[in-house]
Design a protein around this ligand. Sequence first.
Ligand code: PHE
Length: 366
Amino acid sequence: PATAQGGGTPPAGDDVIVLGEVGALTGGQATFGISSRNGIALALKEANAAGGVKGKKLVVRVYDDQSKPEEAAQAVTRLITQDKVVLILGEVASSSSLAMAEKAQAAGVPMITPSSTNPSVTEKGDNIFRVCFIDPFQGFVMAKFARENLKLNKVAVLQDNKSAYSIGLTEVFRQKFAEMGGKITVTESYSQGDTDYRAQLTAIKKTQPEGIYVPGYYSEVGVIARQARELGLKVPLMGGDGWDSEKLFELGGSAIDGSYFSNHYSPDNPDARVKKFIADYKADYNGAVPDALAALAYDAARVAIEALKNAPDTSGPALRAAIAKTKDFPGVAGNITLDEKRNAVKSAVVLKVADGKSTYVTTISP
Ligand code: PHE
């Protein structure tokens, strides 16, 4: 079962407001959950230092879902029934957020996902929000980059058929790339947790693509990159935000060099607000540079805190109405205005992977 993290049960009572958080602190998406937890903790620390909300201190109850959607759903039930949280932050992986959204919506407890990009997540109902862009845009971004910047004509796709995120991005990329005059040579699939991708990569190699779109998560993508190179596939790999992890470089080594992925934020951003966030995060987390997960989670927590300040009380309907009004909110991963579908409309960045790090290449706007 999902286990509670972070120092046991927070003191419930009149002097605190309890938020819930669900994340992957262990398993194949662990860096997503850890970065998100750090970003949220920093936002809460700052808000509490500034006096909290209406004289109350903010605390967060965190559950580890072990990178599993079923555990994420269970954690939401616990947060609502046992911990009596007023609002829930999470998840990162769209499949987990979909499972959570079902429960949060049914209970009327607002949920903000910092980083789940599959469109269906916020379609679960009017209590479900996100502070990031959605995949119909993200898929367009990489299709455009592949056609216009990399000048690719023929691309193969390798999707994770266990991830709502990967399936959705594959569909959009295929459609957009074809609309822009490109050809998809083949679409192959794997299942999250697989370790041998040679059969799919061999089939892909036969179609002689000029690039391979791999919209998966870092744990699998790193291994895929190595196996592709071993099989003599030297063309660039392309992906989405799911690549964003320190572990990508560890798993992929030099095999991942020369690849590109779309993302929400780049730490190379010279904006003063972003620089301050990076400095504060580094000070709290042993010099670690915040990734997009940390940045978006920090933003999601700050949107939640702002709503808590603006709402007349902490009931579900009051908080939901306050979150829905979010407009021009200055996030570190871009300004946030929520549309009528409770999604944020934002630009994306494309990053290039080389020498154990990713560097900013360009920004693509909706
Ligand atoms: N967008 C991914 C999903 O929906 C999650 C993710 C976001 C991963 C940002 C890394 C960085 O599943």
